[in-house]
Design a protein around this ligand. Structure first.
Ligand code: CO
Length: 134
């Protein structure tokens, strides 16, 4: 059902302050910044091998990432697995009794279709399914 780790999401207070570490110090290819209005975040994607690092900066106090930062401070926010068929993956998880935050896919950065599993069903690790089509 899962094909790889697509990305690791990291909550940051400021993309401008955090980017140089990943792009310049660690030397990761940087694919640009995109605003995902639905989630009230600005997202910077950096490539590492076949996976990515997704830096998430809240654009509003009501952003889930803003609430995360308030509670935990900056750090790892979620783990995203690549799936071939996101509807099938959601259906399997639900059939197995997992609780989903998203029972239907929604749009993430770069045109991906994503769905989050509820952390109650994934032992505290916020888990994202991601169908990127590439
Ligand atoms: Co993500």
């Amino acid at each position: 059902m899962l094909t790889k780790i697509n990305h690791i999401g990291i909550a940051v207070k400021s993309l401008e302050e955090t980017l140089p570490f990943y792009r310049d110090n660690l030397g990761m290819p940087f694919a640009g910044i995109e605003e995902v209005a639905e989630q009230k975040v600005r997202v910077a994607m950096l490539q590492v091998g076949e996976s990515k690092i997704e830096l998430l900066e809240p654009t509003s106090e009501e952003s889930p990432v803003a609430r995360f930062l308030e509670k935990n401070g900056p750090g790892i926010h979620h783990l995203a697995y690549e799936v071939v068929d996101i509807e099938a993956a959601i259906a399997k998880l639900r059939a197995d009794g997992a609780r989903m935050i998203d029972e239907r896919p929604r749009s993430g950065a770069h045109g991906a279709r994503i769905a989050f599993v509820h952390p109650k069903s994934s032992n505290g690790v916020l888990t994202e399914l991601c169908q990127c089509g590439h």
